[in-house]
Design a protein. Structure first.
Length: 210
């Protein structure tokens, strides 16, 4: 019979298995990875992963949840490091980019479409919601300070869509070598802030009135 493992040992192996899954899933795609491959990556028997996870989808959900938690923590830390709304926006954006480019396997996996049943995994739902909350939180500060006008959750999703697109283009090697990432990021921020500025909101109201 397998020996009884301590909570520390269980958590340690789960973390190792999640890290291995993150790497293999990102390199080959979740559909191409088997439980046997995951076990071989860690040098354990093919049945060992089943002591910790129900199946491959369970491991995929855990790996994605881990990525979202680490991502959210990076944004939370950046947001807490400043007090000015504009500086908060810059810090959170830079933390976003830093996380994505330092953890490309995790980032790709977080937004992978191979797990359509993610609602069946409460920890993944929680971790994803944590990230969304943080994206909206710093937008609320910009709204409270009068820098932006609009609905914080909608603005947060617009900003998130834009920066996610920038990250995906960079990870895919599709950005022109003549354009620096820093320049694109600064121009993206400038355009988004201008689009949701009080002046833009006033102009939109005037257009509707006319």
């Amino acid at each position: 019979m397998p020996r009884t493992l301590s909570e520390e040992e269980i958590e340690g192996f789960r973390c190792r298995l999640i890290a291995a899954a993150e790497k293999l899933f990102a390199e080959e795609g979740p559909s191409a990875v088997s439980m046997r491959q995951l076990a071989a990556e860690l040098g354990v028997s093919p049945m060992t992963p089943y002591r910790y996870f129900k199946d491959k989808d369970d491991i995929l959900a855990a790996a994605r949840a881990s990525g979202f938690d680490r991502f959210a923590e990076a944004l939370e830390t950046a947001f807490a490091s400043v007090t000015d709304g504009r500086e908060g926006s810059r810090a959170v954006g830079e933390a976003y980019l830093k996380f994505a480019f330092e953890n490309p396997a995790a980032y790709r996996l977080m937004f992978d479409l191979n797990q359509p049943t993610e609602d069946e995994y409460p920890d993944l739902v929680r971790a994803g919601a944590r990230a969304r909350v943080q994206m909206s939180a710093y937008m609320q500060c910009l709204l409270d300070a009068g820098y932006l006008v609009g609905e914080p959750e909608i603005i947060a999703h617009v900003f998130w869509s834009a920066i996610h697109g920038l990250v995906v283009l960079k990870l895919a090697g599709k950005i022109s070598p003549n354009i620096s990432l820093d320049l694109l990021w600064n121009e993206l921020r400038r355009a988004l802030h201008a689009g949701f500025s009080p002046a833009a909101a006033a102009a939109a109201r005037d257009d509707r009135a006319a």
